[in-house]
Ligand binder design. Structure first.
Ligand code: HEC
Ligand code: HEC
Length: 284
């Protein structure tokens, strides 16, 4: 175990309770619809192997009932939104009178796209999230309005695109032209923020497996996004989750779709390289 328990002083005592084995990730295997096996734990990618031995999906830190909901599409409430996105996929929108399907064919043709995003786009000279790419297709190819970054249409569409890649390993590129964005994301991940002066790493790297208030801390991986949360009974986008976590440290947060969050998403995604795509997952 390379995990270090950081000296958080009195704060640590208040926030985190000792694990005593009880709070460790469960020993369980995720097989969706009795056919698609998902890699929920695997050796850490080389670039974080000095911090973690293994990377683990948030699924392993949820209770038995929540885990079971995700294992069957009929029980997974997130799949309703995937169906809604299938309708949008096939509907023309914008001045060009085109649908996503007109250019891209069936949604299944997009298998393999989710695992490699965020991704460098050469023509645009920027790292793009899936949401940015979808809005680019809407504005430049369809003559349609942008969707709100974390709005219903957008999060549903990302759920559809994740669903057709379920089981494929996350594999974002962090070198070449994406490297400076990745480094910016890494810097944000380790920066302490807010009145609580906690970084992402203080919770998700140093203390995963422990209880924090009533919640079982995971590694904060994003291979399961978007996630259907039982708490707010809707699909949640990655950047919404980042916002919530930063607000919990009582800090000012960045906007969804901001360059800071795009960089943070690339970095966090890269920490899960090798984990299976799960979206839409179920969490509490
Ligand atoms: C008029 C044709 C057209 C329409 C309509 C269109 N796209 Fe695209 N889309 C493209 C082209 C061309 C590319 C590759 C462009 C690039 O790399 O910049 C692309 C790329 C993408 C990618 C990235 C694929 C990859 O391998 O990286 C995604 C995701 C995507 N589109 C989603 C959508 C969605 C969702 C819709 C409907 C809301 C849509 N597109 C509508 C033409 C279209
Ligand atoms: C005070 C501790 C704390 C900090 C700091 C924190 N988080 Fe979290 N985070 C949580 C808790 C609690 C949850 C819900 C339980 C879980 O999945 O770990 C959570 C959940 C998540 C999830 C959802 C994981 C899943 O599988 O659904 C992601 C992603 C995440 N955090 C990312 C981050 C990032 C990125 C940062 C830094 C900007 C951060 N968190 C900072 C406590 C924290």
């Amino acid at each position: 175990m390379k995990r270090t328990t950081q000296a958080l002083g009195a704060l640590g005592v208040v926030l985190f309770s000792a694990s005593m084995g009880l709070a460790d990730p469960v020993d369980d295997t995720l097989i969706i619809n009795e056919e698609t096996e998902i890699v929920t734990r695997t050796a850490a990618p080389a670039h974080i192997s000095d911090a973690l031995d293994e990377v683990m999906s948030g699924w392993l830190f949820r209770g038995a009932e929540t885990r079971a909901m995700q294992a069957d599409d009929f029980d997974n409430p997130g799949m309703i939104f995937v169906e809604q996105a299938e309708e949008k996929w096939a509907s023309a929108d914008g001045s060009e009178g085109k649908s996503c399907a007109d250019c891209h064919g069936a949604p299944e043709e997009m298998a393999g796209v989710r695992p490699v995003y965020p991704k460098w786009n050469e023509a645009a000279g920027e790292v793009r999230t899936l949401e940015m790419q979808i809005n680019d297709c809407r504005t430049t190819r369809m003559g349609a309005d942008k969707w709100k970054y974390t709005g219903g249409d957008m999060v549903n569409m990302t759920a559809l695109l994740a669903s057709v890649s379920r089981g494929m390993p996350v594999d974002v590129a962090i070198d070449g032209p994406a490297q400076s964005t990745w480094e910016q994301g890494k810097e944000l991940y380790y920066t302490r923020t807010g009145q609580l002066e906690l970084s992402c790493a203080n919770c998700h790297e140093d203390n995963y497996g422990r209880m924090i208030r009533a919640d079982h801390l995971s590694q904060g991986q994003i291979n399961g996004f978007p996630t259907y949360r039982l708490k707010n009974t809707k699909l949640n986008a990655v950047h919404s989750r980042f916002k919530g976590c930063i607000r919990d440290t009582r800090a000012e947060t960045y906007d969804a779709g901001s360059p800071e969050f795009v960089a943070l998403e690339l970095y966090v995604a890269s920490r899960g390289n090798g984990l299976g795509v799960e979206g839409p997952s179920v969490r509490n």
